[in-house]
Design a protein around this ligand. Structure first.
Ligand SMILES: Cc1cc2nc3c(=O)[nH]c(=O)nc-3n(C[C@H](O)[C@H](O)[C@H](O)COP(=O)(O)OP(=O)(O)OC[C@H]3O[C@@H](n4cnc5c(N)ncnc54)[C@H](O)[C@@H]3O)c2cc1C
Length: 472
């Protein structure tokens, strides 16, 4: 069998036979499909990555099968990329160097549910975890809006915030990620356990420093959640109401999102249910708090268009409220028009509505803001995931500069380098563990600019480096 990627020089048929009894997929059309994620949200990444494919997919069902795959990859020096649900949007799971795609969806057993935690294999879908937890009166403290397709291993390796982060903080906040198990890529792959602060050595490393096999995550008691949709005539009022709801001590929302009315017009699922032409505050609020939520919205000049429990929502055939938030907002627009894209922007002072107003006036008609609130170190923070009508890379740079000029940080969504996005810098802790767990640098190395510079150092030498060395 020749190389599908055109980048590797090994006998893939022989390699596939050696993988037995592990299930493999070698049909070129399927291998190519499994080489993609949601990088196409970015026209820049789409150009770079649309012709990058792996050579073979393996779907191990147990830790032993996963070890077998990693041992053979180590022997043959084959590039390896882990894949869960493939919902990452920076091309994190695209096999840029070709090679073996290890899909975790066969490792899908929930191992234990206790009071305040769930322990599961890496390939379990987040929605299945929420379903199993419900029977015990619990739910995930947080989950991504992609919960129906995303795996828990992929969320821990590639995700950062989600529905629930307004209540319990980003995934990296203490107590959310309780324990991880990860395998090394060696002749005899070893399972390493990371607990407490050490989970951050593996979290959000895009699968380049170990293969997560098991995850223990925080759970919280479940409540009757109500999808609340409120509309306002001005964006500023919507944002101010969202901030009030997000910071109010009297209510405990799991999510609060602010969406520009021009974006809302692209939500067919809400057509006829909201006041036309208005901006949207979408929130997930406990049933006991709905009256207080309604009062807050009314006091701030808004109107509550919808309050629905799950049964009512399904009867009206309206999607989950979280399918209008985070990157689902972008996806809703992309379903009608592929020329849309997005960016990731940090808001310097979430309470400063005036700054948002001035910024919006400067941004131009091709940038439609969309804000999400969540908690970091106990404080409510905001990010903007605007819809941007893409015309050119030069215009995108100009938009980034406008944000920067107003003091808003740009966390580049159009790069597939881990150091350029949410991290904004090299994480030498990640890279030191890469050296320990992946000494030959086979795991997704193309996604780290800095790995090339440190790969010949010892783990201790890498760990001793400081962030400022990268910036210079
Ligand atoms: C419409 C949309 C909405 C989104 N909403 C959110 C959101 O609310 N919050 C959020 O944080 N993200 C969000 N994302 C990003 C993404 O969906 C999540 O991060 C998701 O949890 C990734 O899970 P996955 O199984 O699809 O991972 P994949 O895309 O398959 O993988 C993600 C990364 O993790 C690595 N990986 C996968 N499994 C393992 C493993 N077992 N061991 C080591 N590395 C592994 C992969 O190599 C890749 O680098 C969104 C994306 C889209 C397209």
């Amino acid at each position: 069998m020749t190389s599908i990627s055109g980048k590797t020089d090994i006998d893939w048929s022989a390699f596939a036979r050696r993988l037995a009894p592990v299930q493999v997929i070698d049909e070129a059309v399927v291998v190519k499909k499994r080489s993609r994620d949601f990088f196409w949200f970015s026209p820049i990444l789409n150009e770079q990555l649309k012709r990058c494919f792996g050579d073979l997919v393996a779907v191990p069902k147990t830790v032993e099968e996963m070890k077998h795959c990693l041992k053979l990859a180590f022997e043959a020096e084959v590039p390896v990329v882990l894949r869960g649900g493939g919902t990452g949007n920076y091309g994190q799971s695209v096999p840029v160097d070709g090679g073996l795609i290890l899909e975790t969806t066969g490792m899908n057993r929930i191992l234990e549910i206790g009071d305040g935690f769930i322990r599961a294999e890496a390939g379990v879908l987040m929605a299945d975890m929420n379903k199993a937890l419900k029977e015990t009166g619990q739910e995930m403290a947080m989950f991504p809006s992609t919960q129906d397709i995303a795996t828990v291993g992929g969320f821990v390796a590639g995700g950062s915030v989600g529905i629930g982060s307004l209540a319990t903080g980003a995934l990296r906040e203490p107590g959310n990620l309780i324990r991880l198990k990860a395998l090394s890529v060696e002749n005899d792959p070893q399972e390493h356990v990371f607990e407490g602060e050490d989970v951050l050595k593996i979290h959000h490393a895009w699968g380049l420093n170990g293969v997560i096999t098991e995850v223990t995550l925080r759970t919280v008691p479940t409540v009757d959640w109500i999808a609340c949709m409120a509309t306002f005539e001005s964006y500023e009022d919507t944002y101010a109401a969202g901030y009030t709801v997000a910071t109010a001590e009297a209510i405990s929302p799991k999510m609060a999102s602010i969406v520009d009315g021009r974006i809302v017009a692209y939500f067919p699922g809400l057509k006829g249910h909201l006041r036309e032409g208005c901006h949207l505050l979408a929130a997930y609020v406990p049933a006991d708090d709905v009256a207080k939520f309604t009062q807050m919205v009314t006091d701030l000049g808004g109107y509550v268009d919808l309050t629905l429990n799950d049964v009512e929502r399904e009867a009206k055939e309206i999607p989950h409220v979280f399918e209008f938030c985070f990157n689902h907002t972008t996806w809703q627009v992309l379903k009608s028009d592929r020329s849309a894209t997005y960016q990731q922007i940090g808001v310097p002072d979430p309470a400063d509505v005036g700054a948002i107003s001035k910024l919006r006036a400067d941004l131009g008609d091709d940038v439609w803001t969309h804000h999400e609130f969540f908690r970091l170190d106990g404080e409510v923070v905001a990010i903007d995931l605007p819809i941007i009508w893409f015309s050119s890379k030069a215009r995108m740079d100009e938009i980034n500069q406008t944000y920067a000029k107003h003091g808003f940080a740009v966390y580049e969504a159009h790069s597939n380098q881990v150091e350029r996005g949410g991290l904004h810098n090299a994480d030498y802790g990640h890279l030191a563990w890469k050296k320990r767990l992946d000494p030959k640098g086979l795991l997704n190395s193309a996604k780290s600019t800095v790995w090339e510079m440190v790969k010949d150092l010892s783990p201790e030498e890498i760990e001793a480096k400081t962030v400022s060395e990268v910036s210079s």
